[in-house]
Design a protein around this ligand. Structure first.
Ligand SMILES: *Cc1c(COP(=O)(O)O)cnc(C)c1O
Length: 395
């Protein structure tokens, strides 16, 4: 970034990537068009031959999508970024751009349910060896990577258990074994954590969550070096087709402007609620590593500047108590989404992670009594009252 420009992330979030037309509009324009006009047949041929730079078709590039990509790359501190239609299509783009038959993907066992399902049920069909390891154990990554690992995938903190992985240690293993490391930074966003600074080659986002932040559109992104992102991933995006809609890109770019304010407020409220929930008899356990005096708490504080807005709570009494608690909440909407300005609540075992076998769920710490709260932007005192009332309904 230019030394004369402000580099604080709040400043980057409102300004980076902004391109204006000759109309002088203040807000970024939306280029809602599927294709672009060429001056003549010669120009069309030159664009396709890549002899001349410029837009061709919105499956390849679009100025509004580019604006969003440039803003997110500036916030992540990476050279480049490509946006995709969803978080899942970002992971698919990374895997198809990097992996080959006979190669191996090493992945943390605790990850978003659809990521596990994509790797196990589909990617493995194409002759890619998919191996799962305990994310917190750096030596397990080294052992699993021996020989032919091309890609390592982890989430930190994980959805929904908030397990923390040592990104620096695992990135060292990745470098030494010749694999690329992808970190799903969905829960922290670039405001709270910079995986690329810790050695990750690719930083992936489901922009559907905090980056939108108001529950409107789906989107995904991959940030990394220009060589990797433009050279190896963009060619798949161009022909595979998981492009982000320009309208969604515009919503997401505007979402980035308020992201620092939102996620800090949500983190603060979540930390307060987690501490209060710890003391409740109806609650067996609260997972909020950032404020814990433990090894994973210290690791979380070394990697993140705050704990994020998710509070996983284990209530006493199994599935029936968890469901009674969820059903009694009034300010939390029951949805599969999180990161919204509106607080939301999810029962992972019967929804986001229901496609896993019961043993697989048990292994990754998703019990029947686990409830995922996503703290929104309501007054935290109102949220606490609502939770208190719902907990009494369980008892
Ligand atoms: C939601 C989510 C995804 C998938 O993103 P979509 O936008 O829903 O496709 C991937 N990883 C994590 C951690 C998520 O929470």
């Amino acid at each position: 970034m230019d030394e004369s420009k402000p580099a604080g992330i709040d400043s980057v979030a409102v300004a980076a990537g902004c391109e204006r037309t000759a109309e002088g509009e203040q807000c970024e324009p939306i280029y809602l068009t599927s294709s672009f006009r060429f001056a003549d047949a010669e120009q069309a041929a030159a664009r396709f031959a890549e002899e001349e730079k410029g837009n061709i078709y919105s499956r390849f590039t679009n100025p509004t999508v580019r604006m969003f990509e440039n803003r997110l790359a500036a916030m992540e501190g990476t050279e480049d970024c490509i946006a995709t239609s969803t978080g899942m299509s970002a992971i698919l783009t990374a895997v198809l751009g990097i992996c080959s038959a006979g190669g191996r993907v090493v992945a943390a066992r605790r990850m978003f349910g659809a990521t596990l399902n994509l790797l196990t049920s589909f990617i493995a069909k194409f002759g890619v060896d998919v191996v799962y390891v305990k994310g917190a154990d750096a030596e397990a990554w080294r052992f699993a990577a021996r020989g032919r690992a091309e890609l390592m995938i982890l989430e930190s903190p994980t959805n929904p258990q908030l397990e923390v992985c040592d990104i620096s240690a695992i990135s060292t293993v990745a470098r030494e074994t010749g694999a690329l490391l992808l970190v799903d930074n969905c829960l922290c966003t670039p405001v709270l954590q910079h995986p690329a600074e810790l050695g990750a080659d690719l930083v992936m986002h489901s922009c559907t969550k905090y980056i939108d932040g108001q529950g409107r559109v789906l989107g995904g992104a991959l940030c990394g070096s220009a060589e990797l992102v433009r050279g190896r991933l963009f060619p798949f995006l161009r022909c595979g087709g998981p492009a982000l809609s320009p309208f969604n890109a515009w919503i997401l770019a505007k979402g980035l402007e308020t992201l620092p304010l939102r996620i800090r407020a949500q983190s603060q409220a979540a930390a307060g609620l987690a501490a209060w929930l710890e003391g409740r008899d109806e609650v067996e356990r609260v997972h909020y590593p950032f404020t814990e005096d433990s090894v994973r708490g210290r690791l979380a504080r070394a990697q993140q500047s705050a704990g994020g807005g998710i509070v996983p709570v284990v209530v006493r009494g199994g599935r029936s108590a968890a469901w009674r608690f969820i059903n009694a909440l009034r300010l939390f909407s029951i949805t599969a989404n999180f990161g919204d300005a509106k607080s939301t609540v999810t029962h992972p075992a019967s929804t986001t992670h229901s496609r896993l076998e019961p043993e697989e769920r048990a292994e990754i710490g998703i019990s029947e009594s686990l409830v995922r709260l996503s703290v929104g932007l309501e007054d935290p005192r109102d949220l606490q009252k609502d939770i208190e009332r719902a907990l009494r309904a369980v008892a």
